[in-house]
Design a protein around this ligand. Structure first.
Ligand SMILES: CC(C)(COP(=O)(O)OP(=O)(O)OC[C@H]1O[C@@H](n2cnc3c(N)ncnc32)[C@H](O)[C@@H]1OP(=O)(O)O)[C@@H](O)C(=O)NCCC(=O)NCCS
Length: 172
């Protein structure tokens, strides 16, 4: 058997988030938002009450069939409660009416806690999102990766994503 860089520790299951998971899921999404704000605050400056806003917004979308809230949760073991290691948020999104397809699935956020990285959890979340998207009948999964976020770009490229647009911002 070949060597793998993934650490063979506990198993993680990707499953729909429960209402009680929302604060932790939001904290994972905030990891990304705060990382973005550091890249360039003009583009990503956050509101001071972002956490509360995020929790309210996510809670209001949780039961909607067009939204996917996934958490990667460890299997509970003896004396070890299940923990959330990563999360992904995506939505079925309508395209403008000029293309041959009407919808695509857009990944709004995804993150894995630093202590659980490089174990294939992001890949698992992406696979689950791809399956969900296929079930919605769409032919593409999209996302935006910040220009400075090379680890994320590497992950997505390895998974099979292709770069299409480059967002450009002019400060005014
Ligand atoms: C990007 C991120 C989600 C990756 O999560 P992860 O669970 O560690 O990723 P995986 O273990 O599934 O990695 C799968 C493959 O992606 C690539 N990859 C992942 N992280 C990488 C890194 N830091 N550097 C280079 N390649 C990386 C590797 O090819 C990896 O396979 P390998 O470990 O066998 O080499 C995680 O680093 C993270 O949460 N970062 C902060 C938030 C963020 O940037 N989110 C994306 C916003 S668009």
């Amino acid at each position: 058997m070949g060597k793998s860089s993934h650490k063979p520790k506990e198993q993680f299951l990707c499953e729909p988030a429960q209402p009680a998971d929302i604060p932790e899921l939001v904290d994972l999404c905030l990891l990304v938002e705060r990382q973005h704000e550091k890249y360039w605050s003009l583009r990503w400056e956050l509101r001071p009450d972002i956490r509360e806003r995020y929790i309210n917004w996510m809670t209001s979308n949780l039961a909607k069939p067009d939204w996917l809230y996934l958490v990667a949760r460890s299997r509970p073991a003896k004396n070890k409660p299940a923990v959330i290691a990563g999360a992904l948020v995506a939505a079925l999104t309508q395209e403008i009416p000029i293309y041959a397809f009407t919808h695509y699935v857009f990944i709004h956020d995804m993150a894995v806690k630093p202590e659980f990285r490089r174990r294939g959890i992001a890949r698992k979340l992406l696979l689950e999102a791809r399956n969900w998207a296929a079930g919605k009948g769409v032919n593409q999964l999209r996302l935006m990766a910040a220009e400075a976020n090379t680890p994320a770009q590497k992950l997505f490229e390895k998974f099979g994503f292709r770069t299409t647009y480059r967002e450009m911002v002019l400060p005014i």
